[in-house]
Design a protein around this ligand. Structure first.
Ligand code: ADP
Ligand code: MG
Length: 134
């Protein structure tokens, strides 16, 4: 399914709708260039899953886990091009049977993920427009 949005709020709303189908153990890979709106979409999804805290991009760590109706993990593997050389167990704190996990720049993690529920790709489409492939 292809959606076009023209504001961050609209992309958050797409995330909210996506979250309706998600539950414990689900893993959502979110791809797209820098500034495409990956974190924005995840913010909407996390809110819909009951996360009250602000969702920020992980900087000094590969991820955060937030408390919602279920635990919600947000990983950003931008700097982790070769997880095979790191410890794949790094993921285990975030990708659990209890949590819903969202992974930005998932490439490094993909070979290690046992379950991928959904792949989302976001593309710049000029100005504030984004194309979201769900
Ligand atoms: P990423 O995580 O992909 O690097 P972010 O979600 O952090 O991207 O940032 C997207 C930026 O683009 C934000 O500053 C947001 O306000 C802006 N923006 C403008 N239009 C849109 C849109 N249609 N969807 C998502 N973000 C948008
Ligand atoms: Mg981001």
């Amino acid at each position: 399914m292809l959606e076009t949005t023209s504001s961050a709020a609209e992309t958050e709303a797409v995330g909210e709708r996506l979250a309706r189908d998600l539950g414990p153990g689900d893993v959502v890979l979110v791809s797209g260039e820098l500034g495409a709106g990956k974190t924005t979409l995840i913010r909407g999804a996390a809110r819909a899953l009951g996360v009250a805290e602000p969702i920020t991009s992980p900087t000094f760590t590969i991820g955060h886990t937030y408390r919602g109706r279920v635990p919600v993990s947000h990983l950003d593997l931008y700097r982790l091009s070769e997880l095979d050389q790191e410890d794949p167990a790094l993921l285990e704190d975030y990708v659990t049977p209890e949590a819903v996990a969202f992974i930005e720049w998932p490439g490094a993690a993909e070979p290690w993920l046992e379950r991928v529920t959904r792949r989302v790709e976001i593309r710049h489409a000029g100005g504030d427009e984004r194309e979201i492939d769900l």
